[in-house]
Design a protein around this ligand. Structure first.
Ligand SMILES: [Mn+2]
Length: 342
């Protein structure tokens, strides 16, 4: 770990061993594979160490991640506000995983000032906001899951990793790297993977449970987006898809259905920048992906109130979807050089 000095790790270990109160593990809202995988992995380690631990999610998680459920209680804040609130406010430790700013907690953010326990952030997004007593932030890591593995090892709790932990960690690493196709330059990732294999995890089944689990509606929506909505701008090596609420309804949209769509155009020859715009109730949700050096995080921070990683970022915009498309396409000329050289 490059940013995390041993003092923080010693303090976290100290908190875990001296306080026998409840522990909450909290991923970001609309959790992806890394958020749920990291939360689940950390929770199983803490449980195996004898802690009373539950996961609290700001909202529901996509059905294709549901296979991980079963061993650890997961409280959905949207469905069980009082239970979730009660648990978090009375926990002596609250771990936040896989996000760098409190807005990603959605409605749970307002609880932050009332949390009595110590707050610990474990994350790999750059430039974390300061909202926790302890911040373990390592932006060079592929995934929070990879970081959780190193943190667990660093505090000497590797013996509390079990097969379920290993499955959850593998899930996080696999989904945050597009099945090990990007963000995979750290040797430590492969050392972690090699160690996870010793727990007898079935990586083919995990892959299949995540990626071969589309609903028919989701697959047809993807086909519709590629056939009718994807716009290619070869002069900017860019592709974008903008989809309205009505179109989503045509395909019986459920949360998670558009997950990963933004990556698909990057498979096209000479496309290095992909954007996905989705019409929500009061805003347009934006997702950006790139190949090579084009920095979607600073692009998004400058124009779409977002942030994230060099090659993967989110953002949002007010106004109609037509306006957002206009804004987006008008921005591209000023990025011509960066796009050409990406
Ligand atoms: Mn992540």
């Amino acid at each position: 770990m490059e940013n995390t000095d041993t003092k923080i790790l010693e303090d976290v270990l100290d908190l875990l061993t001296t306080d026998d109160g409840a522990v909450a593990v909290v991923p970001h809202s609309n959790p992806d594979g890394d958020a749920i995988g990291s939360a689940y992995a950390l929770a199983t380690v803490l449980r195996n160490a004898g802690k009373n631990v539950k996961i609290v999610t700001p909202n529901d998680y996509p059905a294709f991640l549901g296979w991980l459920n079963g061993e650890i209680d997961i409280i959905n804040y949207l469905k069980n506000k009082d239970v979730a609130k009660n648990y978090i406010l009375n926990s002596s430790l609250v771990f936040f995983v896989d996000f760098n700013e409190p807005g990603r907690l959605d409605n749970m953010e307002k609880m932050l000032p009332f949390i009595k326990g110590k707050k610990i952030l474990i994350d790999h997004h750059p430039d974390p906001k300061s909202f926790c007593e302890y911040t373990i932030s390592e932006p060079t890591y592929s995934s929070t899951a990879e970081l959780i593995y190193d943190v667990v090892k660093a505090i000497g709790w590797e013996s509390f990793i079990d097969k379920r932990t290993a499955e959850a960690l593998y899930l996080g690493m696999m989904t945050d790297t597009g099945s090990f196709s990007y963000g995979t330059s750290r040797p430590g990732l492969y050392r972690a993977l090699s160690s996870l294999m010793t727990y007898g995890i079935d990586t083919e089944t995990i892959h299949s449970l995540v990626y071969d689990n589309f609903s028919v509606n989701r697959f047809r929506l993807l086909g519709y987006c590629l056939q009718h909505k994807m716009v290619i701008l070869p002069e900017f090596r860019t592709a974008y898809i903008a989809i309205t609420d009505n179109e989503l309804k045509m395909f019986g949209f459920v949360p998670g259905d558009t997950e990963g769509f933004v990556n698909v155009p990057l498979s096209i020859h000479n496309i290095v920048f992909s954007a996905l715009f989705i019409e929500k109730e009061n805003y347009i949700k934006a997702s950006f992906r790139s190949k090579g050096s084009f920095p979607v995080n600073s692009f998004s921070a400058s124009h779409f109130s977002g942030g994230g990683h060099l090659n993967a970022s989110g953002g949002e915009s007010k106004g109609s979807i037509e306006k957002v498309i206009e804004q987006f396409t008008q921005l591209l000329p000023q990025y011509q050089d960066l796009l050409n050289n990406a």
